[in-house]
Write a protein that binds this ligand. Structure first.
Ligand SMILES: C[S@@+](CC[C@H](N)C(=O)[O-])C[C@H]1O[C@@H](n2cnc3c(N)ncnc32)[C@H](O)[C@@H]1O
Length: 283
């Protein structure tokens, strides 16, 4: 791959998915795109780039999807789901007691483990949520991961990562060497293809947004923009859950950290500045 090929790929990946590749990630691009080029009957990356420059849209989509990182697992990092059970749900059960409805968005849901972990948390609270209208929306850029999400079928390896055995037995059926989530739990999540770089205001307002382990791949300006648009679709008393390596601090004033709950944030209604953010911005 020539430096010009690499620059072209970096530019297109940034435009299409937000992926911000540094100048030294050629090995990553090669490891993911050489197999894709061969599968498409091409000799290598230079030929792939030629096709993309010639307007091969389907191939470009495949390139973008091949470069995304889809790593995920059930109850990833555990703490966010403890926050959901112990902090978020109790607060919302109270504040939404009249409305009796909850909308939760798993933005960048990959192969479904995150929204299904949320669904299991809610199902474990079934008695308190009886009569409530629950909507969980899972979105991702990649159609391929969404297909797997919808099927809700996981390998032995995947169900061994993070999923407590009692939940596996309770909610999954074994099909040969695979495990399928039951239809009730699958029915709790609606999936939609969505690129976070594009307008998502049509999704409506959410009480809780999980946006974990995707913004780490984006540059600061893109993160700020996405946070600000997420704030607009988050209810004023709603909450945002970020990944373990992510934070809003120094990136946006649209959210402020929820006291003493790592990874949990609340919208700053009216764009008011949280004192903690002011201090960081002034440094
Ligand atoms: C590492 S996974 C995170 C999955 C899950 N949220 C978790 O924390 O386990 C990142 C996901 O972000 C998706 N993604 C990457 N760029 C995106 C974009 N611009 N819009 C929407 N999804 C994107 C990828 O397809 C991938 O499935």
């Amino acid at each position: 791959m020539t430096p010009l090929d690499y620059d072209f790929l970096r530019k297109i990946l940034k435009e299409r998915s937000g992926l911000d590749l540094s100048a030294d990630k050629q090995y990553l691009v090669e490891s993911r795109l050489v197999p894709l080029a061969r599968k498409a009957g091409l000799a290598g990356i230079p030929e792939l780039v030629q096709k993309m420059k010639g307007g091969a849209e389907a191939l470009t989509t495949e390139v973008v999807e091949a470069m995304t990182t889809n790593e995920t697992f059930f109850f990833r990092d555990k703490i966010p789901f403890d926050h959901l059970r112990d902090t978020i749900l109790p607060a919302l059960l109270q504040s939404r007691a009249n409305r009796k409805s909850l909308r939760i968005w798993s933005a960048a849901c990959s192969t479904g483990q995150e929204p299904y972990s949320i669904a299991m948390c809610l199902k474990e609270r079934a008695a308190q949520l009886a009569g409530w209208r629950i909507e969980i929306v899972g979105t991702d850029l990649s159609q391929e991961v969404l297909e797997k999400s919808r099927a809700g079928v996981y390998s032995q390896f995947e169900v061994q990562r993070g999923l407590p055995i009692q939940l596996l037995v309770k909610y999954f059926a074994q099909i040969g060497e695979l495990w399928q989530l039951n239809s009730e739990l699958r029915g709790m999540v609606q999936y939609r293809q969505l690129n976070l770089l594009q307008d998502f205001s049509s999704l409506g307002k959410f009480d809780v947004v999980f946006c974990r382990n995707v913004l780490i791949y984006f540059d600061q300006q893109t993160k700020t923009n996405i946070f600000e648009r997420i704030a607009r679709v988050t209810e004023p008393d709603g909450m945002l859950m970020l990944g373990a390596a992510e934070s809003v601090v120094g990136i946006t004033n649209a959210f402020r950290p929820y006291p003493d709950k790592r990874g949990l944030y609340q919208p700053n209604v009216g764009g008011a500045r949280a004192p903690a953010l002011k201090v960081v911005a002034a440094r």
